[in-house]
Design a protein. Structure first.
Length: 450
């Protein structure tokens, strides 16, 4: 069916120029389409979806093509599925930074789910075909060493939309939507899927009470066949309990019992951090290490000096106006110089060092008093970003700090913000050029159909 639909559209494979692809776009928006094809797939897919959602794009066929291209491009995203923080992952750690970056939704599953939900507004049957082709979450069991856990809720939210909106009255009468749901439920194999699958059964608008009961019984029978995974169960247990229908109480008890087999993870509160360790005495395992930031001697000194610059006199929580010391600017420039020349030490992981430097630049941007100082900070920051190899291995983690930095430039100074985006565009990095172009032409949430 999808092949037939695509045959009726212009070429869906990405074409570098919007005009060559036969798309009807306002000329001012052509650069977004043209740049999307040369950017890493997660950024290109996101850009095409933002373009398709903007009310300046009037042509329905053009929107369909953009969504299809974004869906296909999303399948090549580096990160397959979103990961979220669990006990053991807090903000001031490398794991916490990764969790925050994954909230951008640039993983393959989240992007394809977004494309399906966008297609539902234009062609519900086509959205159903896309749901069938969507990348299935491949959720290998976690260990106690994993600081982050899976979040597949976008996948099941897209499925809920398809079940609610893509079946005709004739198809509903034949219970084809129930067959469709049962097919997806038969593939559930991981702990992280149970709660979102149960929410799908509960919230899909197309089910009658009898059909919902049938699906719940099927979900209960699948529950005991999921892979043992104490780490995922520890993170998802509360959500599963909240979504669990009363009639599945016995199945939930069997699931809890199954999760006590093999290595069982537990959380130990050790001062500032929560550590996940194997709880079974006779099973060896590695504790989750969220990799706290600011552990090297230089990092500790840098963050301490940065706090002194941000909060002179230590009046962090008084709420009173702070008078900067006479030598404040000298101290500010001194730490900026040291930050620029700071290099990794010893065994410090690249990602940890990258996040530390980015956080320090962001903090200094918050208090930089003049446009000249802010430009110096941004130039040094972009030099760090463009020299990092994290972009290749973890694009979301690398990109997370870019909008964080740009949005710290005072919103009242539009000329300064425009100059900052020009600096980003001149880095030569395809993802950054695309980001700057989007910020200029399609600021987030501006002119977007909801």
């Amino acid at each position: 069916m999808r092949a037939l639909v695509l045959a009726l559209l212009p070429a869906v494979a990405f074409t570098p120029a919007a005009s060559a692809a036969g798309l009807v776009l306002p000329p001012a928006l052509h650069p977004i389409y043209d740049l999307a094809g040369g950017a890493p797939p997660e950024f290109g897919a996101d850009a095409l979806l933002r373009l398709a959602a903007n009310n300046k794009v009037k042509d329905r066929t053009t929107r369909l093509v953009l969504i299809e291209q974004a869906f296909d491009m999303a399948s090549r995203a580096t990160q397959p599925v979103k990961l979220v923080g669990a006990p053991g992952a807090i903000a001031d750690t490398e794991a916490g930074m990764r969790a925050a970056s994954y909230a951008l939704g640039l993983d393959a599953v989240s992007l394809q789910a977004r494309a399906i939900e966008a297609m539902l507004k234009l062609d519900a049957r086509q959205a159903r075909e896309m749901m069938i082709e969507a990348r299935r979450p491949n959720l290998a069991p976690l260990t106690c060493a994993d600081a982050l856990t899976y979040d597949v809720s976008p996948y099941y939210e897209a499925l809920t939309g398809v079940l609610s909106r893509s079946f005709t009255p004739k198809e509903l009468a034949k219970e084809e939507h129930v067959t469709f749901a049962l097919e997806f439920l038969s593939r559930v194999h991981a702990i992280a899927e149970i709660a979102p699958a149960l929410r799908m059964i509960e919230t899909a608008a197309s089910f009658t009470p009898e059909q919902r009961n049938l699906l719940e019984v099927r979900a209960g029978s699948l529950m005991t066949s999921v892979d043992p995974d104490s780490r995922s169960f520890q993170a998802a247990q509360s959500a599963i309990g909240s979504a669990m229908p009363k009639q599945l109480g016995a199945a939930f008890a069997k699931l809890q019992q199954k999760m006590t087999q093999g290595t069982v993870c537990q959380v130990l509160e050790t001062g500032k951090f929560a550590t996940v360790i194997p709880a079974t005495p006779d099973v060896e395992g590695t504790a989750a290490d969220p990799q706290p930031l600011w552990t090297s001697p230089t990092a500790k000194q840098m963050i301490a000096d940065a706090r002194n610059v941000r909060f002179p006199g230590g009046l962090i929580s008084s709420g009173l106006p702070q008078t900067k010391p006479v030598d404040w600017e000298q101290g500010f420039l001194s730490i900026l110089d040291r930050l620029s020349s700071w290099q990794p030490e010893g065994e410090e992981p690249d990602a940890q060092f990258y996040h530390e430097k980015c956080v320090l630049y962001e903090g200094l941007m918050d208090v930089a008093p003049t446009p000249e100082m802010r430009r110096r900070i941004l130039e040094d920051f972009l030099a760090l970003v463009t020299s990092s190899n994290i972009e290749r291995d973890s694009p979301e983690e690398w990109f997370f700090h870019i909008p964080e930095m740009i949005h710290r430039i005072p919103s009242a100074t539009r000329a300064e913000q425009a100059a900052a985006l020009d600096l980003v565009s001149r880095t030569g990095d395809p993802a950054l050029i695309l980001y700057a172009t989007l910020e200029k032409l399609l600021p987030p949430d501006f002119g977007v159909d909801r």
